[in-house]
Write a protein that binds this ligand. Structure first.
Ligand code: ADP
Ligand code: MG
Length: 466
């Protein structure tokens, strides 16, 4: 592995990173764990480091990984991943000439916690700082009615000198831009104030790190990392629902940071009050800051996003085709992007220009899938017809079995056939999410004991799926 930016320069950076680590971790920890760490080299956006033993690798990755990557990223903005490998041949003495040359035994690479999974930058389990997606900036975010409030709030956070509100809580359905906005905040802060420590990670990653810290009896190091940041961003907070000790730890981290006037940015697929299974005191503190929701896309926003993405990719698509896609693919932005990528990809082979017909041809399965997507309203209507009850009984307070059962069936089908969350479904029925949960359980129970009911349900489902 050769360093891109010259051996000397990268050695100087490494010396600075070591200096920081020594100051932050204390001499004892530094001598035991960090001194043996050597620099192997850098290629592109990947930095590779080595330690002599496997145990040390795991320890360093677990306890210092986040900070190590963060420090490297402060030194060198384009580092996306840091990998720690086991190489018994290296020791601190060889670190002076550690750059250049190939890692001859790249045994068992242990990506530092913030590791890039197969798809860097995608919302996903395993990534933290590594995969700040270069495309997810404010400049690349198309603003429209559904997201303008969240966008403005995110910008405020990244521009403000003092913390404008704490936390910033972004919520909305899948694929509507929560992660994009969080990455954008990180990029903007990194550009404006490179010294500020910013940690971005998923709640899932937070959990994994915390659980590991407990197992290895080193919660102190964990606390150190997370309580010494200027900006902490935790994505997909719904993940920690029901995980009591992680929640507790998160609550303390959160309080500590807020009390010190550090910025916290959170995202979830639902609002703080809908995060059931989270302690009341955490819930209410979450709502203290600014809660900004991202609404489902509108036609105008979808068209704007398609135009912008096509332009960025220098991909010429006739306006008619973009309008067609904006009209047909309504689920979320991720699927819109997917459609464009598919078009671009397939056209490489077919050649020629895109017309409405070729687009329809290439995307036929995708379009069929979104055609098939039913709404909760349709489900309510069909189910009411099927059981011969009034549509208004779907929302009514009546509890008579004759209306309650069909209502439960409609809730169940809404859960099965749409991507709506339990609280969202609940709202459409004038109920809360626990009622929906109960309905789902009840219907499942009935299908297993009542064949007639199961057949009925199946018929309804097939009707709705068209
Ligand atoms: P979420 O985290 O809410 O599930 P993401 O932020 O991962 O959604 O967004 C899904 C994809 O759509 C990403 O590739 C993102 O860049 C893109 N995207 C979402 N909203 C917008 C927008 N307003 N403008 C441009 N791209 C967007
Ligand atoms: Mg996301």
């Amino acid at each position: 592995m050769k360093s891109d930016s010259g051996d000397n320069q990268i050695q100087q950076r490494w010396a600075r990173v070591r200096g920081y680590l020594r100051r932050e971790c204390g001499d004892a920890a530094f001598r035991s764990w960090l001194k043996p760490l050597t620099l192997v080299g850098m290629r592109g956006s990947e930095l590779r480091m080595a330690v002599p033993t496997r145990f040390m690798r795991d320890w360093v990755a677990t306890h210092y990984g986040v900070r190590l990557l963060e420090l490297w990223q402060i030194e060198t903005k384009d580092i996306l991943t840091v990998e720690v490998i086991v190489d018994p041949g290296r020791s601190e003495h060889s670190s002076a000439d550690a750059t250049g040359g190939d890692a001859t035994r790249p045994a068992e690479p242990a990506p530092v916690p913030p590791v890039s999974p197969s798809e860097p930058g995608r919302a996903g389990s395993d990534l933290v700082l590594s995969g700040l997606d270069a495309r997810c900036t404010f400049d690349n975010f198309v603003v429209g009615k559904p997201n303008e409030f969240a966008y403005a709030a995110a910008q405020r956070v990244s521009e403000a000198g003092a913390v404008p509100f704490n936390p910033l809580f972004l919520y909305g359905g899948v694929g509507l831009g929560k992660t994009h906005l969080m990455h954008a905040i990180a990029w903007a802060i990194r550009r404006r104030a490179p010294d500020r420590r910013v940690i971005y990670l998923s709640a899932e990653r937070f959990t994994v790190l915390f659980v590991r810290a407990i197992k290895e009896k080193d919660v102190m190091a964990f606390k150190d990392v997370f309580r010494n940041v200027d900006v902490l961003m935790v994505d997909d907070l719904q993940f920690i629902v029901g995980k009591e000790s992680t929640q507790e730890e998160f609550f303390h981290t959160f309080n500590a940071l807020v009390d010190q006037g550090r910025q916290v940015v959170l995202s979830a697929d639902r609002s703080p009050s809908d995060l059931e299974g989270i302690e009341e005191r955490l819930k209410s503190r979450l709502a203290w800051g600014l809660v900004a929701d991202i609404h489902p896309t509108t036609y105008e926003l979808r068209l704007g996003i398609l135009q912008s993405k096509a332009e960025q990719a220098k991909f010429e698509v006739p306006p008619k085709v973009l309008e067609f896609l904006a009209d047909k693919i309504t689920s979320n932005v991720r699927e819109l992007e997917g459609a464009l990528v598919r078009l671009a990809h397939d056209l490489q082979f077919v050649g020629g220009v895109i017309t409405l017909e070729t687009a329809q041809e290439i995307l036929h399965d995708l379009l069929r899938a979104s055609d098939r997507r039913v709404t909760i309203e349709e489900i309510q209507k069909r189910v009411a017809e099927h059981y011969n009850i009034k549509l208004s009984d779907m929302h009514s307070a009546r509890r008579a079995r004759a209306v309650a059962r069909p209502r439960q069936v409609a809730m169940y089908l809404s859960k099965q056939l749409t991507s709506r969350s339990l609280p969202e479904i609940g709202r459409k029925f004038g109920r809360d999410h626990t009622t929906v949960m109960h309905a789902v359980k009840k219907v499942e129970e009935l299908t297993s004991i009542d064949n007639g009911f199961a057949e009925d349900l199946d018929l309804l489902r097939r009707m709705l799926e068209g």
